[in-house]
Design a protein around this ligand. Structure first.
Ligand SMILES: Cc1ncc(COP(=O)(O)O)c(C=O)c1O
Length: 465
């Protein structure tokens, strides 16, 4: 049966050829394939809202928005598909050295949500958008600082992408290992996860964690540092919500030492935290903001690197110098399907009040997980903001010894067996892939939240009986 006839069958149930083709030819991301010699890979066929069906006909409630916190407005949005279709028929592409209607309109709409920023640079993935920011910093260093201020600070436990440049800026050993050597000039600062405080019990952990950043700045020399690249809320490194006082101090340090603040909002951006951007919770004034996953909820591959006018201006000061502008290009940054989808994605978030729903459902989700923590000793810490939550599992609440990965995977498998897809930190920090992750779509209902946490309740009961 070909794919289209398969799709035409209601709730496609048995498409063995497709599963066989996948098994024989598809190289999956982040997967050890030996297992597929004895089991079949999971192949998804259809999604609607937060519901998913796989090729074996099994139904799932998706609590991870497409596995990696992406499908913010849910599956099966015909209006996004229609917006893309109409735009593709009218004009599918022109290189982004030139303007197109959706790119222009989306930039305007986006910037309305980002006071203080004014320019949008388009590309196709979170990694690429972060690379653009790094390249801006490096070019500014050459154009304006005589080659100084070239270093890029990044934080332990943060992740910024899959390319060698972004891996050089990634504070997760398991994502980096075996891929070196890396580009030079990337320097790590300590993490800010209070639950795993590096400084013992301190009164104001947030300030202490930011002081640790200042120590690195002073050690390296402020005149060598161009930018500080941070996830506003760390995602795959453990769902780390910033401790109180952290962002105020970080903002102060960036001003004091003339360091550009580059925020990675690839996960936080576009509503995931209950505001348009995660940084809107903390009163931060970034110089560069990167967003990707939720920009078009996975309907199109689009990412943005947004900057202040001051950053932008650094690339047009010397019009007589033929190489002084931002000499970067992204072929598919000129695809019009991305901004067309992103415009409709934004309209949906607004018209369906999804920011408000996210805040409301977040409360329920966090309450439910905190209730679970009353009954399951294995939950050591609950963290989260918006529909972006994590539960760190430990064998002992006093020693905080992380549970082993097999147990975490058993919890995930148990939930999946019972029709709920949840996630976990995955190949991040050695021995620390022990946080369950939840990021349901921004459309989720109270019943769906309860269904997700009930599945976790039952799974924890069975796995840690
Ligand atoms: C915080 C963060 N930044 C960057 C990326 C890289 O994005 P992409 O996979 O689209 O390149 C990810 C991906 O998971 C991410 O979580």
């Amino acid at each position: 049966m070909d794919y289209n006839s398969a799709l035409n069958e209601e709730r496609v149930n048995n498409i063995d050829d497709v599963v066989d083709a996948d098994k024989e030819h598809v190289w999956h991301h982040m997967m050890q394939h030996k297992q597929y010699e004895t089991i079949d890979p999971r192949v998804f066929v259809e999604g609607k809202g937060m519901d998913l069906w796989d090729a074996k006909g099994q139904y799932f409630l998706d609590a991870m928005s497409g596995g990696v916190w992406t499908v913010n407005v849910g599956y099966g949005r015909e209006s996004i598909a229609n917006a893309m279709r109409d735009q593709l028929i009218k004009l599918n592409y022109f290189a982004a050295a030139t303007g197109t209607v959706p790119a222009s309109l989306y930039a305007k709409r986006l910037i309305e949500k980002m006071p203080g920023l004014s320019r949008v640079y388009y590309s196709n993935s979170g990694s690429e958008a972060n690379e653009k920011a790094f390249k801006m910093v490096r070019q500014i260093s050459h154009l304006h600082h005589g080659g100084k201020k070239y270093k890029i600070l990044y934080r332990e436990r943060d992740y910024h992408g899959t390319t060698l440049g972004t891996l050089a800026a990634t504070g997760q050993l398991q994502r980096r290992m075996d891929f070196g050597p890396f580009p030079e000039g990337f320097v790590e600062v300590p993490h800010c996860l209070e639950y795993r405080s590096q400084y013992g019990e301190v009164e104001n952990y947030g300030e202490r964690a930011a002081d640790a950043v200042e120590e690195v700045i002073l050690r390296e020399g402020p005149d060598t540092i161009g930018s500080l690249c941070l996830e506003t809320v760390t995602a795959g490194g453990g769902v780390i919500t910033p401790p109180k006082g952290y962002w105020d101090k970080i903002q102060y340090l960036c001003k004091k030492y003339d360091i550009l603040l580059h925020l990675d909002e690839v996960v936080c951006g576009l509503g995931r935290t209950g505001k348009w951007f995660g940084y809107h919770h903390y009163g931060i004034k970034p110089d560069i903001v990167v967003a990707a996953k939720g920009v078009a909820s996975g309907y199109a591959a689009i990412s943005i690197t947004a900057t202040t006018e001051a950053v932008f201006d650094k690339f047009k000061e010397d019009a007589n110098n033929p190489t002084s502008y931002f000499r970067d290009v992204s072929t598919f940054g000129g695809c019009t399907a991305g901004p067309a989808a992103a415009l409709e994605n934004m309209r949906i978030i607004e018209d369906e009040n999804l920011l408000e729903n996210t805040t409301l459902m977040s409360e329920r989700l966090l309450n439910n997980i905190n209730d679970l923590a009353q009954r399951h000793e294995v939950i050591g810490d609950v963290r989260g903001i918006g529909l972006f939550c994590g539960a760190e599992l430990v064998t002992d609440r006093k020693t905080k010894e992380p549970v082993d990965e097999k147990s975490i995977q058993a919890v995930i498998a148990d939930c999946a067996k019972n029709g709920v897809l949840i996630g976990s930190t995955n190949r991040s920090i050695p021995g620390m892939n022990n946080t369950l992750c939840l990021s349901p779509a921004l459309i989720c209902t109270a019943d769906q939240i309860d269904e997700i946490t009930s599945a976790i309740d039952a799974a924890l009961g069975r796995v840690f009986a």
